[in-house]
Design a protein around this ligand. Structure first.
Ligand code: AMP
Ligand code: MG
Length: 487
């Protein structure tokens, strides 16, 4: 266990130089205080969890203090936003403080979001509000606990600093961690500004640090791109299987590591709805729930375009062709497991699609359906779940097909079925209304609800005593919450 001043820095991105990032100091928040910290994320830095409660913790992550070895930098990147190219974005309100490596030899970027203005702030104020910082904190840690790759969150620091959005709010900072903060948009920036030397440096950097095994391949850059395609196919399969809607899949929000990254107005589905749009400024539904799948490929194509100086167009196209089949295989594998199946049959895709259509038409709670399906034998579970469906004849037909499929899958007892299904079907997810309750309390100075919700979501598959209220369908007011896109 380490104290805060014992972190070991090795700032590899900063060493790439001024073409890649600009030195900027954090602008401190007034009266910084700890809102919530993730013990699991602290463990990744070998930090003693007790240090979160010390004043120096809030000072460090509220922008008042810096380690001598930190080199705070704002990174430059660009990206396609809602399909159109924006030539320069960059860290407008976040700073890469430095890279820390832990005792296991893993490197973690420490990125302070909401740290003040940078050369890339454009019209923005460089700040993040408490509301959006709490949402990103809860989501990153909840996704990780679900087994969905994501950037991590060490802590949220609240303050008295006024920040104007639709109304006056309070500024906060989120300490985000990831093995890299390099986005698709980093490659696009150097490609479209025609800086081949820097682009080659960036590609070498990513290859050496994050895809070293690709060095062994005859075409290392192509192997790296293929790996990025694969990771994205796997990631998006997980989003779709667990009902996560990212909301702003612009290429500047896509990580080169294939992890969930840069949270905006994200949501987990309550009722299953393939057409769900969580971002209210997304009028055309470009980033609707079901569109995430083709958009994943669209974004990879944008990255491919930026990699044309290194890889032939034919090879890039071939690698892009891996995306959909891989996505489908991963998705189906996860959905089979959610249904409690251990074997594969040709018609399983159809079984899943029919179920989702029924759920869509009846507004069935996506998370609770699967959890309850595993509570007891297939026959008992479908009999109990039947009441949630409007199209009873349709559901009965599906249920017969499902029971027959389960019977063919193998003869195992109810106990085994429950254990296996509950291990993949969470009881607790980050529902918008739960986040909203925690945010409302935090805005009035009570952080206990954020902390409790974070705790519950850190063990989403385990039934926790006294936490029944976190495993309910949302109340009516909580179903149609308008999540502000300003953050
Ligand atoms: P986002 O929608 O958070 O992914 O941000 C898109 C771009 O806008 C990035 O370059 C951000 O750094 C920048 N940005 C977002 N909010 C602010 C803000 N309040 N101040 C400055 N820049 C911002
Ligand atoms: Mg972004």
């Amino acid at each position: 266990m380490k104290a805060l001043d014992e972190l070991t820095f090795d700032n590899r991105f900063a060493r790439l130089g001024d073409a890649f990032s600009t030195h900027v100091l954090p602008e401190p928040l007034d009266a910084p205080r700890l809102v919530v910290a993730s013990e699991a994320a602290m463990a990744l830095l070998d930090l003693d969890p007790a240090v979160a409660e010390t004043p120096v913790f809030a000072e460090l992550f509220g922008g008042h203090k810096l380690w001598a070895e930190a080199e705070p930098r704002a990174m430059v990147y660009s990206g396609h936003q809602f399909g159109g190219y924006t030539p320069q974005l960059g860290d407008g309100r976040g700073l890469l403080l430095g890279e820390v490596y832990n005792e296991a030899g893993e490197h973690w970027d420490l990125h302070l979001k909401g740290a003040g203005m940078t050369p890339y702030s454009r019209m923005g104020d460089g700040r993040a509000v408490l509301r959006s910082s709490i949402r990103e904190f809860l989501a990153s840690e909840a996704l990780h606990a679900l087994g969905i790759p994501s950037s991590r969150a060490l802590c949220v620091i609240g303050s008295d600093t006024p920040v104007w959005r639709e109304k006056q709010e309070r500024g906060a900072m989120l300490l985000r961690m990831a093995h890299s903060h390099i986005r698709f948009g980093h490659f696009e920036y150097f490609y479209y500004t025609k800086k081949p030397e820097q682009q080659a440096l960036l590609a070498e950097h990513v290859l050496n640090l994050h895809y070293p095994e690709c060095r062994e391949q005859p075409e290392p850059y192509l192997a790296m791109f293929r790996e990025i395609v694969e990771r994205n196919a796997e990631l998006i399969a997980k989003w779709q299987a667990y009902g996560f809607c990212h909301g702003v899949m612009n290429t500047d929000n896509m990580s080169i590591l294939g992890i969930t990254f840069d949270f905006g107005p994200f949501a987990f589905l309550d009722d299953f709805d393939a057409h769900f749009i969580c971002n209210h400024s997304d009028h055309e539904g470009r980033y609707s729930f079901s569109n995430q799948v083709p958009i994943g490929q669209w974004n990879l194509s944008a990255l491919a375009q930026a990699l044309t100086p290194f890889i032939s167009v034919d090879a890039l196209k071939e690698a892009l062709g891996l995306y959909l089949p891989l996505y489908q295989a991963n998705y189906l594998d996860l959905m089979r497991r959610r249904l409690g199946l251990t074997t594969a049959e040709d018609d399983d895709q159809h079984l899943v699609e029919r179920l989702l259509k029924l759920m869509q038409n009846s507004g069935v709670d996506y998370t609770l359906f699967f959890r309850r399906l595993g509570d007891e034998s297939a026959a008992l579970a479908v009999a109990r779940l039947r009441d949630d469906f409007v199209d009873l004849a349709g559901f009965d037909a599906w249920a017969e097909q499902y029971k027959a499929r389960v019977a063919r899958d193998g003869d195992y007892g109810e106990e085994q079925r429950r254990a296996r299904m509950h291990a993949v079907n969470p009881l607790y997810i980050l529902r918008n209304y739960l986040a909203q309750n925690a945010i409302a309390a935090a805005e009035s100075g009570d952080y206990s609800e954020v902390r409790r919700l974070h705790e519950v979501l850190s063990k989403p598959f385990e039934e926790q005593a006294g936490m029944e209220q976190y495993a309910q369908r949302p109340p009516d007011w909580g179903k149609h919450l308008e999540i502000s896109c300003s953050s």
